[in-house]
Write a protein that binds this ligand. Sequence first.
Ligand SMILES: [Zn+2]
Length: 306
Amino acid sequence: MSDDIPFDKTFDLPPGKVEEVAPGIRRLLCNNPGPFTFKGTVSYIVGRGRVAIIDPGPLDEPHIAALLDAVQGETVTHIFVTHTHRDHSPAAARIKAATGAPTLGEGPHRAARPLNVGGDVRPLDSSGDMDFRPDRALADGDVVDGDGWSLEAIATPGHCANHMAYALKGTDILFAGDHVMAWSTPVVAPPDGAMSDYMASLDKLARRAETTYYPGHGGAVRDAPRYVQHFIRHRRAREAAILECLTAGESDIPSLVHDIYVGLDPRLTRAAGLSVLAHLEDLVARGRVKTEGAPAANGRYRLAVG
Ligand SMILES: [Zn+2]
């Protein structure tokens, strides 16, 4: 299903090693590999001397120590967070305590929609960091000026309701968080995620000029606007596959996952089910699919015909 996206899974950075990927941009990998995190979370340091950190990462002591070591002799002036998942934001409090720098992000963790709608959806284990509260809440289009750098906040909900990407003004570089990555599509799963938001956020990035994305996991995305088009086509193809399955008759989410995700890593079955639910929520909202009550993980779905 995902062979249509030209993924790039090369990423050789060892955990703890600081690497300069572009003038004034350093990255550091946390040793938290997994099916959702690839080799681990990538933290970025922007600037020289007076710097910003983007996504301090999870509460991982060696990573926090490596990050503080990387900026030794420098001043951290800002701590940005792309979204409040536990592999991105929890170390912000520790970096703040060590440096005095304020934290910035869209806001505290929240679901994409009220939790009581759509039945009892249990979030994925790797999800919400309920403790993060940014010192400065950012809105779409806000520009934060540092010493020799400016970052523009770009609201990109879909993977997480409070997801922000950050464009480095005056360059072709954008920090994409988990919204667009080179190695995989992100999980778009209720309750944190919403498919309609995700598609709108992809359209938004596809219209922007930045060509190089540095994501929260894995290596850089090149030729980014074209790459984003692949993501858009991929989701449309998955939606078409769901509708195609439903033409054969009423179905439920486990059957749809079984029919659509051929050769799926068993560790990702639950995520795939939530992704199908995200598509179904969107299709029900658009009047293409029907279900009893609100779209639920254990619901039955049929095409809305006539
Ligand atoms: Zn992540």
